[in-house]
Design a protein around this ligand. Structure first.
Ligand code: SER
Length: 598
């Protein structure tokens, strides 16, 4: 069955059974507590919680959709058989079963069995299911077990698992969630590890999870407790790519009609074979597909939040494309737009191409700066220790991954690869050393100013935030605070940067800080959760040191930083900012001393 037919079949099946088909929502959710749409239920959260009336909005409790989704935790895994950044999710919902005409576990299981077995013809003897075994305050799902038994599943084909596998959600820190039943498919012994293996086996991929039926009747609260929702809901999801692979009898979606035209195009453009370069082909294909969908939903590459996700996937696609020896991503973009354009009309060729190509240009410029730096530094580096340390500086300044630097190095110093392991060890030592300095800096930062800090010190503290951001604007985003010390006379700020600042750079930094002071920007304090901090990419470099909730100080739109305070109310209180000294603090760390004049 081809993928288009499967989408159609799913939609028709649920339409015929009284469901209203809801178009996919954007990859960027309205809900500010999450970064991206990661599941079909995202657009229905308020209805699931009973905060919005589903009948008033949709005229029915029964909904179904094919939803665009994007997940980032697995980005490094892309290239294997099953992970994707962008994917589609087929789902159906019954919102408020206890109200008139809703359905709950029995109805959801019946629909799932009908679709899988009667509609698309999966052999029932290959199907295994799992249920929630009970954990913490949520009891064992006796009801689901007895419904599966009524459907003819013997006990040995009903697996019982805990919170980790059979309790789904919420997508944010709090929100709707519940125990779930998963439907797994047995691909046969040839995929297995041993006779006793079953669903959720960690050693092999004989069993694939196809459909997740969530019995959504809880809300997770801020204190971590689960409270019953005012209504019961069904929320289900099928990973579309996975089902397509199974129906087309392939091990991964890259070999199905979803990706076949693109894989063919990459072979054509690179002159290389997919079978011999699977990882590179798959990364390029996955990331280009993910990028075009993000761009179509209005995302632009940046260093914050979802813009940073886009930047990362485009840059990774460019790196792997380079490895395959391909010139441009243009034709790949076109193939995807042809394939998906009639299903998702928001995909517009010109917009997408422009964004991708501009970002590629920026990335190439950065790479070239990194290579030039490498050339400049290398002649003096003779042994693995020196090389490792230098590669770390390049990594820190340009985000040049170790492997890429090693490739360039090999070109300049043939044979360097022979020492790769040793070089990597010194690279890692340097990384640890810097993290340690960071940690110390953090302690200083939170311990930094005492509550009754003098007025002058408070002013210098706000000036430190302005300086930090100004340095990032002038020198680049690799600049990170490594330490800070303030007394009544001056501020001292240590930050990561590989070389001394030029006179022009110092002047520019001063100018920016003074400009922001003149603008009389408000300084505001906000409480945020660590998740929110990550989402907004607020300056915060010391992840393992943070408490659950932290305070963030923002200065107009210019700067936002995790900080214990205190600060002035408005920047005009600061006076004139003057940098007195710029010097080295330790390898890869610079130090600035600055004062404020009335
Ligand atoms: N929300 C559940 C999931 O993502 C079911 O769709 O698995």
């Amino acid at each position: 069955m081809d993928s288009k037919e499967l989408r159609e079949k799913f939609i028709c099946f649920f339409k015929e059974r009284g469901h209203r088909i809801i178009p996919s929502s954007s990859l960027i959710p309205d809900d500010e507590t999450v970064l991206l749409t990661t599941a079909g239920m995202q657009q229905f959260v308020l209805y699931l919680m009973g905060q919005k009336d589903v009948i008033e909005e949709f005229g029915t409790r029964h909904l179904a959709s094919v939803q665009k989704c994007f997940r980032t935790p697995d980005i490094e895994e892309i290239g294997d058989d099953t992970h994707h950044t962008f994917f589609e999710m087929l789902g159906n919902w019954s919102i408020g079963e206890d109200k008139e005409k809703g359905y709950f576990k029995k109805g959801a299981i019946e629909l799932a069995m009908d679709f899988f077995i009667k509609e698309i013809g999966l052999p029932k003897e290959r199907i295994y299911v799992t249920v929630f075994k009970g954990e913490g305050s949520v009891p064992r799902d006796e009801e689901a077990i007895s419904i599966w038994k009524e459907h003819g599943f013997p006990e040995e084909r009903i697996g019982e698992f805990g919170m980790e596998d059979n309790f789904w959600g919420p997508t944010a820190d709090t929100g709707p969630c519940g125990p779930c039943s998963e439907i797994h498919y047995d691909r046969g012994e040839s995929y297995g590890c041993e006779e006793t293996c079953g669903p959720n086996c960690e050693k092999c991929n004989r069993f694939v999870e196809l459909w997740n039926l969530v019995f959504m009747e809880y809300n997770k609260n801020e204190d971590g407790s689960y409270k019953k929702l005012s209504q019961k809901n069904i929320d289900t999801g099928i990973g579309f790519e996975r089902l397509v692979s199974l129906l087309q009898e392939e091990d991964s979606a890259y070999e199905t009609d979803l990706f076949a035209p693109v894989i063919k195009k990459i072979e054509e453009l690179s002159g290389k074979k997919y079978e011999e370069n699977k990882k590179e082909f798959r990364v390029v294909a996955d990331h280009v597909r993910g990028s075009i969908f993000l761009i179509a939903d209005g995302v632009l590459p940046s260093n914050k939040g979802v813009g940073y996700v886009l930047r990362r996937v485009i840059r990774r696609a460019v790196r792997y494309k380079k490895e395959l020896g391909m010139k441009s991503l243009r034709d790949i973009v076109n193939v995807f737009i042809n394939e998906y354009g009639d299903i998702y009309p928001e995909l517009k060729e010109e917009d997408v191409l422009q964004v991708v190509e501009e970002e590629e240009k920026k990335f190439i410029e950065t790479l070239q700066a990194g290579v030039a730096e490498l050339h400049k530094k290398m002649p003096k580096a003779s042994n693995p220790k020196e090389i490792g340390k230098k590669l770390f500086l390049i990594y820190q300044s340009y985000g040049f991954p170790f492997e890429l630097s090693m490739e360039e190095l090999e070109k300049m110093m043939p044979g360097a690869y022979n020492n790769a392991e040793e070089i990597k060890k010194f690279f890692n030592d340097e990384l640890c050393r810097h993290q340690e300095i960071s940690r110390k800096g953090m302690k200083e930062k939170f311990g930094g100013l005492s509550r009754n800090a003098e007025n002058e010190e408070i002013k210098l503290h706000t000036a430190t935030h302005l300086l930090h951001q100004a340095l990032r604007e002038v020198l680049g985003d690799h600049v990170k605070q490594m330490g800070s010390d303030i007394n009544k006379e001056r501020l001292r700020f240590d930050f990561s940067h590989p070389e001394s600042l030029s006179k022009e750079e110092i002047e520019k930094v001063e100018m920016i800080v003074n400009e922001k002071i003149k603008k009389d920007l408000p300084v505001e304090k906000k409480e945020m959760s660590f998740k929110e901090i990550q989402r907004e990419k607020i300056l915060a470099f010391f992840e393992d040191e943070y408490p659950e909730r932290v305070t963030v100080y923002s200065i107009g739109d210019f700067s936002a930083e995790v900080c214990g305070g205190p600060h002035v109310k408005r920047t005009s209180e600061l006076g004139r900012f003057v940098i007195k000294k710029e010097e080295s603090s330790s390898a890869g760390v610079r130090r600035i001393k600055a004062i404020l004049q009335p």
